[in-house]
Ligand binder design. Sequence first.
Ligand code: MN
Ligand code: MN
Length: 277
Amino acid sequence: MFDLTDRDITEAHDIRLIGAPFDGTVSFRPGARFGPAAIRAASDGLETWSPLLEADLEDVRYADAGDLELPMGNVGQALALIGEAVRDCLQDGAMPFVLGGEHLVSLPAIEAVHAMCPDMVLVQLDAHADQRDEYLGVKLSHACVMRRVAEFLGQEHIRQLGIRSGTRDEYQLMRDYRTLTTFRDDDVQALREWIGSRPVYLTLDLDVFDPAAMPGTGTPEPGGIDWWTFQHFLQQLADCEFVGMDVVELAPGLDASGCSAVLAAKCVREMLLLAGR
Ligand code: MN
Ligand code: MN
């Protein structure tokens, strides 16, 4: 069994978990602010050994920085605090691993990592394009996070998998820049070749999973992937160099069974193992 809270940042570590319990801009059902705490609680019931990756969390030097205290009503200040925590982490030589929170929490994290690794590429797993220029007149929304990232990273450095919801304009944009790809083996191989030796930031919006597996999320979309597809995908990227990760959009209160939080915690375990190789 493992328990994420067992390791605090006074221990030497290569990967730092940073809780960002923020859901101030969600468009449908709130509750992602309770995500980090639910992931930690569910982690307690999981094994440290991953049969598919053949790796053990006991061998990974990670630490949990706990949750940031974020002002829910002040988006700018919340994002600034997340960015600060991620920069501190990078300065300490650890890879940041942000636990959301809604998807907007990825923006300051990716910004901070990009400032240090300007040649990084971004791989996004999500049901939604998140490529809107604005949502209800707001530019800083979880529905716009990839568009904001593209403003400094460039669309040509982004690849998106699992997307099955977006506006006509978003689909046109993704087609123009060829950011869209799929979980098919040949596509993932092409993705791996496209990455090459460049450092990777992996952002996992949990609604990429089918709602049958992940009902505990604010904006569920039918037609998502299952656990095995996700794990097989990670396996194919096992030799990449990861410089940042996040797992976002778990809204545990929307799934009374608790299974969504378990799935999220298992994703965190597999990603820790992937980054900690
Ligand atoms: Mn998203
Ligand atoms: Mn989404």
